[in-house]
Design a protein around this ligand. Structure first.
Ligand code: AR6
Length: 178
């Protein structure tokens, strides 16, 4: 199990994997943060495919995931998922965040993806507390990998120092800094 989960600090658009996951919003039309970086690096093909999905199914609900090609990225696919916006009053936020990881991994399996990289979904503009989000992310990915052996590697890509340190503490071991 341990060697199927890797931690990297850096920019997810630079990771060489079959699929990278995007922390999108329900419009699928792009935005700031990692979403903006992926659309900038991947070119207009990704946005065009997102618009086609939107026209067909009306965007993407919180916790759900959709898949496009990787456009001009190294990754073959981008899996777009919509994390929950942190709000202390609401319940079920951790379940919605877990759904993001689970549904993204399910789509990956369906597309024969063997290596996949995740950003720290919801921990930027959506303000989900980083330590709480990391616990959900790691537990959900571990549970999924135990049940699915076609995924060879999941890479958690941390952009900011705080997330990287939290994941280091949770995962331990040697990690890469890009
Ligand atoms: N590579 C990897 N991680 C990154 C990168 C990058 N290039 N850039 C930022 N991060 P955020 P959210 C990290 O705000 O909280 C968008 O406008 C960042 O440090 O991108 O899910 C969407 O369209 C943080 O830890 O996503 C939505 O409207 C993590 O990515 C909204 O933001 C997530 O931060 C989604 O908010």
């Amino acid at each position: 199990m341990a060697n199927r989960i890797k931690l990297v600090k850096g920019d997810i658009t630079k990771i060489e994997v079959d699929a990278i996951v995007n922390a999108a919003n329900s419009s699928l039309l792009g935005g700031g943060g990692v979403d903006g970086a992926i659309h900038r690096a991947g070119g207009k093909a990704i946005l065009e495919e997102c618009i086609a999905i939107r026209n067909k199914q009306g965007g993407c609900q919180t916790g759900e995931a959709v898949i496009t090609t990787g456009g001009s990225l190294d990754a073959k696919y981008v899996i777009h998922t919509v994390g929950p916006v942190w709000n202390k009053v609401k319940t079920k936020l951790s379940m919605l965040l877990a759904n993001c990881y689970q549904n993204s991994l399910q789509l990956a399996v369906e597309h024969q993806v063997k290596t996949i990289a995740f950003p720290n979904i919801s921990t930027g503009i959506y303000r989900y507390p980083k330590n709480k989000a990391a616990t959900v992310a790691v537990n959900t990915v571990k549970d999924f990998l135990e049940a699915h052996d076609t995924i060879e590697q999941v890479i958690f890509v941390c952009f900011d120092d705080e997330n990287y340190e939290i994941y280091q503490a949770l995962l331990g071991g040697d990690n890469d800094v890009l």
